[in-house]
Design a protein around this ligand. Structure first.
Ligand SMILES: [Ca+2]
Ligand SMILES: [Ca+2]
Length: 227
């Protein structure tokens, strides 16, 4: 029993140290005050609050989706995070996002981050309930092969992740090359420890990608506290 109490205290101390060390470098806060949960889907548009340089880095301060491509009209979808630099749109009915060149079935009205460029990044506060190895999946479009990287608490989790192009030479509408949706269930396998973390999604090469969600599926649980 005494051994269990000691172990419990050790875990509390460990988590406290972690929170203190991370609080020193990160002032972003979770969207809607709710850390996104792993295992599970990370909705790319629910990145943290904190603005440019803290919660994200974007090439310009304009949201090219909300309020631009999707004119401000008082609706939730057209004005989602309209004043922030990260560019956001949402999937629309045929002939836009429902089209013959999709590689997977998709739903309409799914918000996504788009207009991505190399060196842009976005942060997500995560609540991870189980330590272990996770398979990382991605719902996306890519107008040409691209690369992304993932960081956890500023340390590399997976770099140079190839995101295959969803271009299709049979496509007859130029702009629709940005709307061929695909889902890859395993773009990487990563090890994550239970607790609160900050995940960074960075566009490394090409850009021209749209990110709907990242899915973390637990592949192998690890009980030990070690990293
Ligand atoms: Ca922008
Ligand atoms: Ca989404």
């Amino acid at each position: 029993m005494r051994k269990n109490v000691k172990l419990h205290l050790l875990i509390v101390l460990f988590n406290l140290c972690w929170l203190l060390s991370n609080a020193q470098f990160y002032t972003g806060t979770p969207w809607k005050n709710q850390a996104q949960k792993i295992p599970g889907k990370i909705q790319c548009e629910w990145y943290d609050l904190g603005g440019e340089g803290i919660a994200y880095h974007d090439s310009d301060s304009i949201n090219h989706g909300s309020g631009k491509l999707n004119p401000a009209n008082g609706t939730f979808l057209n004005e989602f995070r309209i004043l922030e630099g990260v560019d956001i749109s949402y999937t629309k009915p045929a002939p836009i996002d429902i089209n013959p060149y999709n590689l997977v079935q998709i739903q309409t009205e799914q918000l996504y981050v788009g207009w991505t460029k190399p060196l842009e990044w976005i942060n997500y506060t995560l609540c991870v309930s189980k330590s272990g190895w996770y398979t990382v999946g991605l719902m996306y479009t890519a107008n040409g092969d691209g690369k992304i990287a993932l960081f956890l608490d500023r340390e590399t989790l997976a770099d140079d992740i190839l995101i295959p192009s969803t271009q299709n030479e049979l496509e007859t509408i130029g702009w629709r090359q940005w709307h061929h949706w695909n889902r890859i269930d395993s773009v990487a396998t990563v090890k994550i420890r239970k607790g609160i973390h900050v995940l960074t999604l960075q566009t490394v090469e090409n850009g021209n990608m749209n990110f709907d969600y990242i899915k973390f599926v637990l592949k192998k649980r690890q009980v030990s506290l070690s990293k």
